[in-house]
Design a protein around this ligand. Structure first.
Ligand code: HAM
Length: 418
């Protein structure tokens, strides 16, 4: 049998995984400082959870969901994103009863049956954050600032923060009418999906990726021109707060999100180095969603960043911690026993230690140590055992140090004493 992973899914192997760990630990450290706590959600939900919130006419629901019947005949879906699952959990566990703001983060795989291409996968990983219970626009700026701190901490540069407002249920009908009016005389130029969307939800036409649709909608009225007073004031305060926090940003009235649940603020962080899949992270407000899931009206805002798009941007790559601190070369069975014991003791002291397990020649053991990139090597033969002393060879600095054959002395020689 010659099995391969499924199309659009990938294995993440060492040493690349070091980048993933660096991103995750940087994000976790920032989340802690901003008061966000982890929430772990199932990777599967009732299909309805996504259909109702992401929107029936969205590309995700129409084309991209991994939906199937389980053995009990229920329609279930692998989560295409985290916010809908999060809000389901927020309402199910009555988390709205706790004092606001409540702040959560999650990390994990999402699934979308998209056409795989560079930086676009069918299973991809997101780190997401959601803050609940505060409707003030200053929170929006704080969330965008937190995202910027995470991305900077990871070491990314040259990113664009694009922001807009997409209005609320109060101003949306007026905008929808203006858009319909614009589209009406042109609708035959659009693809069949868009023609259908014209009746159900014309806003989705703005998100269509078909080139002729992109061309035909040029000049469509921007939603920013149709905001109600409340949304306009909200957006103005978000921009003011972003300026106060010195977060460079661009107002992009043409920014369209592929999910229906957004209200007011929407944003995307993009990188030109990623070609057509340029969104590194994206998010926005969703002030109506908790109520739609059966909870009390509760505003929310969040974002998610895509791991597979961040990793390739990590140019100044983190030193891949792909090499052991020490490699033991025992010569003979007594030395092998001693090496086994010391290896365990030094690991307990916090070091990554490897040893050779068979009794082979020193040359072949040294070759193995070199191939692993071991930072230090200790050769342990009968002579070293009888003198109770070894030489620690630092392979990087090409230096040698003597040490006694005990844990403390070795840790000291390896520069790892407490
Ligand atoms: P989204 O824009 O659909 O938003 O996805 C967020 C990020 O996930 C994207 O900016 C991108 O980096 C990554 N991403 C999406 N699809 C793929 C893919 N097929 N392959 C690789 N990466 C991908 C959401 O998912 C919202 N839940 C974000 C949010 C949280 N809004 C409020 N709270």
């Amino acid at each position: 049998m010659n099995y391969k992973s499924l199309k659009g899914l990938q294995d993440i192997l060492p040493p690349d995984i070091s980048h993933w760990h660096h991103i995750e630990s940087t994000a976790q450290d920032v989340f802690r400082r901003y008061g966000f706590r982890e929430i772990r959600l199932p990777v599967m939900e009732s299909t309805d959870v996504f259909v109702r919130s992401i929107g029936e006419s969205s590309d995700i629901v129409e084309k991209e969901m991994y939906t199937f019947e389980d053995k009990g005949g229920r329609s279930v879906t692998l989560r295409p994103e985290g916010t809908a699952s999060f809000v389901r959990a927020y309402v199910e566990h009555h988390l709205y009863n706790n004092p606001s703001p409540q702040k959560f983060y999650y990390m994990g795989p999402m699934f979308r049956y998209e056409r795989p291409q560079a930086f676009r996968y069918r299973q991809f990983y997101q780190i997401g954050a959601e803050a609940m219970g505060v409707e003030e626009p200053e929170l929006d700026a704080e969330i965008i600032s937190m995202l910027s701190v995470i991305l900077q901490g990871i070491g990314l540069e040259g990113l664009n923060f694009e922001i807009t407002s997409i209005g609320c249920p109060r101003c949306r009908p007026g905008y929808r009418n203006a858009l319909r009016e614009f589209l009406e005389v042109r609708i035959t130029r659009f693809c069949s999906d868009c023609q259908r969307r014209y009746d159900i939800n014309p806003l989705r036409i703005l998100d269509c990726k078909v080139p002729s649709c992109i061309e035909s909608r040029a000049g469509a009225p921007p939603v920013l021109d149709y905001l109600c007073t409340g949304c306009e004031e909200h957006f103005g305060r978000v921009i003011k707060a972003l300026k106060l926090l010195h977060i460079p940003h661009t107002i992009n009235p043409g920014l369209v999100r592929g999910l229906d649940y957004y209200t007011k603020t929407a944003f995307e962080v993009t990188s030109e180095s990623l070609g057509s899949q340029k969104a590194v992270a994206a998010g926005g407000r969703y002030d109506s969603m908790v109520k739609e899931f059966g909870g009390p009206p509760t505003p929310g805002i969040g974002f998610a960043m895509g791991m597979e798009r961040i990793v390739p941007l990590m140019k100044h790559s983190v030193a891949a911690s792909g090499a052991p601190d020490l490699f033991f070369c025992p010569l003979g069975s007594d030395a092998l026993e001693k090496a086994l014991l010391l290896t365990e003791q030094l690991r307990a002291g916090g070091l990554w230690v490897e040893m050779n397990h068979d009794i082979s020649s020193l040359r072949s053991q040294m070759r193995k140590a070199n191939r692993m990139g071991a930072r230090n090597v200790i050769v342990l033969g009968a002579d070293e055992l009888s003198r109770n002393e070894v030489v620690v060879k630092n392979m990087m600095a090409k230096e040698e140090r003597s040490a006694r054959l005990d844990r403390e002395s070795l840790l000291r020689a390896l520069g790892a004493e407490r």
